[in-house]
Design a protein around this ligand. Sequence first.
Ligand code: NAD
Length: 497
Amino acid sequence: MSDRYATFARSGPGRALVKRLGLPDPPSLRRHQPGDSLVTGPVLLDAAPGGRLREPVAALLTAAGVELRAPATLGADHDPTTAVSDHDPTTAVSDHDPTMVGADIEPTMVTADSATVVPEPSMGQPPRNAALIFDATGITDSTRLRPLYDFFHPHARALLPSGRVIVLGTPPELCAAPREATAQRALEGLTRSIGKEFGRGTTAQLVYVAPGAEGAVESTLRFLLSGRSAYVSGQVIRIGQPTDQQQPVDWERPLAGKVTLVTGAAQGIGAAIARVLARDGAHVVALDVPAAGEALAAVANEIRGTALQLDLTAADAPTRLAEHLAARHGRVDVVVHNAGITRDKTIGRMDATRWDSVLDVNLSSQERINDVLLARDLITAGGRLVGVSSIAGIAGNRGQTNYATSKAGVIGLVQSMAPVLAGRGITINAVAPGFIETNMTARMPTLLREAGRRMNSMAQGGRPVDVAETVAWFASPASGGVTGNIVRVCGQSLLGA
Ligand code: NAD
């Protein structure tokens, strides 16, 4: 369903009215297209004294062709030349379009003798950057949080549209002392507030990287910097030691050779997930109920995948699915539990059938299928399980006790299974979509639908592809360090914030 308010607000007369009346102003979001560069301009990178991530991050971004800058005003012990990677800097060709940034920027010359991180010009207006990354892992006490202000204050207004803010920290639960854990926990307030303040499609995330997992951050940084994370903001992501052997990845087709299963793939979010996984190189087994057979076949044909008609609630569904995967492929590398239903009523008016069916499709069927696939060793080391939860599972929702219970259960499933599966080299994560423009949300009453669209930092609903891109990041062979995460794809919705 089209968002007519957003179309109007972006039109000539609409813009003026929106500004005058202070109405929600939904920006156009940069979304990834094949062949796009990672970022649309320079990335400003800095660290608090003692940070352990600036150097590995500088090295990987330079290798990815990103133009890196260091702030002109640096902390006392900050020397940008220490951020030199062992990567050959002559390959650090920038695809940045200088016409997009302030006129005061000197084109960055990256030569064999220069550092990979170039100080930004110190005169005049701050230059405009595509992203701001701050390594806060060196902050071990609340009295040392000031470098965050010093970094973000001068650059708050100098981000390009759809800018990216990433703060890197240490998971509080892994900090050596309570004071360090306190300071690291404080980072959450900063990033969530920046997500609400910066506007113009800017996203802000906090990425907690476990000590020793410095080499496992690339897939996450690529996802968060790119247009793939257009509708993901205000999230806290944890990266640990990879659960499996990291293999070199072709970033354009990271899933080449992988067999993936997507449930509920005939339409909406599931169809988008199937398309994005296929774009990334995977063979997709697209599953849906027999009643959706025609739409399912169309999706499967489009992506050269396989259509599998199966009702997940049937008693023999897990074994039939396992037999199909075993016979055709001998394994499954990525399982995306997307199928879901709503049967809304307040609990006092809800009959038991509505309760049972929602719990069974949305939660128990995921458990049954996982159990059978794992018991038969069809998912092995390097495997990826992805659940689809909902912000209703975090915030609760009037009229959705059954649905919210099932979606909170998906979060429980991820959190309880992550440590169990880590021993087998398998990750498990979930996306929690907010308001996504699909048939499910098109059926909502008009006023509720409008509220859902506007009550987030992007002032608009997300698209199925936004959820799909997040699933693809979890599914990547390079995401072995990403497990036990619940990532909301909700434009930083106020619900459950
Ligand atoms: P949708 O209704 O458009 O698609 C769901 C698909 O699941 C359908 O094709 C349906 O046939 C299939 N399905 C249902 N029961 C099944 C069963 N027993 N066996 C096999 N397939 C079955 O929904 P959507 O909006 O694309 O949502 C996809 C997922 O995202 C769901 O889990 C939903 O709860 C979740 N979600 C959606 C939103 C949103 O805003 N649309 C928000 C939060 C969470």
